[in-house]
Design a protein around this ligand. Structure first.
Ligand SMILES: *Cc1c(COP(=O)(O)O)cnc(C)c1O
Length: 388
């Protein structure tokens, strides 16, 4: 068997060796707690954290004081959604309205369900067949009591990009706060918070070559309306919004990953788009009945989702045992329900069950893509042949 090829970069990415090198001193001798104010170990840790804060801010066109380090995008989303909606008086939730869309990650949908149970109203916009919601849909859904709009920047299963800048502008005009779960987008596509009306942005380190267990919530301070209440309580770190001892090595890795992404993004995205199109081309010329899910061009550089007519996705994944790919999202795998994302964009249940996501990344080579295409074509032909 050939070595397993890693094509699951939407589930998680390997650490960039340069980010790891930046972290190592903080896993070894530089062991200080960033909150320790009485000795050099603490000062050194704090300095490293503040450097990383500036690196995150620079990548996103934010300022350092707007960056709150968290354990990842799940925590960031919970703090943003629950922290904003329950700030002040939670009993006011009954009169509040939130707009989101059906294909969000569970880390947005689940906290919103919690708010709904407490009396908040939530509108789930239906995306079009490409997976996009439009500015007009958002505008039409706005009500007098709408407090927050949350639309992801890029989808984790099908890679489609949402028009978040235009949506943020409409929200700004209406005086409604705009949050985006940008876990899949940060480091992959340019995002400039200064030039746009994004008020709250969630990101996750392990989706762009930093380690697992670290992320950030960026809270624009230009909007005085952005008052968040904590959802966890403790030592008051990160302005009280993510209390607990900071994950200094993780934060340092996140900062380094941001700096690398900033420098290499244009070149890397061009390379990944070419590789992604090469995969699509190879599968399309080797097989009939291949459907690409999501938008043909408004998509993440390295992400493809394909449905293969006439094959069962689970059987296909088993025969693709030398490829690390996924049937959809790692977060909903383990259930046999077809993906809520594919369902929302109108993919039939049968085709949804024959879907494979290919997530190419920074270290994916041309040879790996060619080899992956060969293996997929062989496996699909074999499975289709077996059925006849
Ligand atoms: C991975 C992911 C998350 C969760 O991020 P964690 O850092 O693993 O908590 C949230 N939203 C999207 C879109 C993701 O892809």
């Amino acid at each position: 068997m050939t070595r397993c090829i890693y094509l699951d970069h939407n589930a998680t990415t390997p650490i960039d060796p340069r980010a790891l090198d930046a972290m190592l001193p903080y896993l070894r001798e530089a062991c200080g707690n960033a909150s320790s104010k009485t000795h050099a170990f603490g000062w050194q840790a704090n300095e490293a954290v503040e450097k990383a804060r500036a690196q995150v801010a620079r990548l996103l066109g934010a300022s350092s004081r707007e960056v709150v380090f968290t354990s990842g995008a799940t925590e960031s989303n919970n703090v943003a959604l629950i922290g904003y909606m329950t700030a002040g008086d939670p009993s006011l939730l009954k009169n509040k309205h939130v707009i989101t869309q059906q294909t969000e990650h569970p880390a947005v949908l689940d906290p919103l369900r919690v708010l709904e149970r407490q009396g908040c109203e939530v509108t789930y916009l239906q995306p079009d067949e490409h997976g996009q919601v439009s500015v007009n849909q958002v505008r039409d859904a706005l009500r007098a009591n709408t407090a927050l709009v949350s639309i992801m920047a890029a989808n984790n299963e099908i890679g489609v990009l949402q028009p978040i800048e235009a949506i943020a502008a409409v929200c700004g005009e209406a005086g409604v706060l705009f949050h985006t779960d940008a876990a899949q987008a940060v480091g992959k596509i340019p995002i400039d918070m200064k030039g746009t009306g994004i008020d709250l942005l969630s990101l996750s380190g392990h989706k762009f070559y930093a380690p697992k267990g670290v992320g950030a919530l960026v809270v624009r301070s230009r909007t005085p309306r952005t008052r968040l209440s904590p959802i966890l309580f403790g030592g008051g770190q990160e302005k009280g919004l993510s209390p607990g001892t900071l994950n200094v090595p993780g934060v340092v890795g996140l900062g380094a990953a941001c700096e690398i992404a900033q420098e290499e993004l244009p070149e890397e995205s061009a390379r990944l788009i070419a590789l992604r199109e090469r995969l699509y081309g190879a599968l399309g010329s080797g097989l009939d009945g291949v459907h690409q899910n999501g938008h043909p061009t408004d998509r993440l550089p390295g992400t493809s989702s394909f449905s293969f007519e006439g094959v069962d996705g689970a059987a296909l994944l088993i025969s693709l045992n030398a490829l690390a790919v996924s049937s959809g999202s790692a977060c909903s795998s383990g259930t046999s329900d077809p993906s809520h994302v594919l369902k929302a964009i109108g993919v039939s249940e049968q085709l949804a069950r024959s879907t494979v996501r290919f997530g190419l990344g920074r270290f994916t080579t041309e040879e790996e893509v060619e080899e992956a295409a060969r293996q997929v074509i062989g496996a699909v032909k074999q499975l289709r042949g077996r059925r006849l």
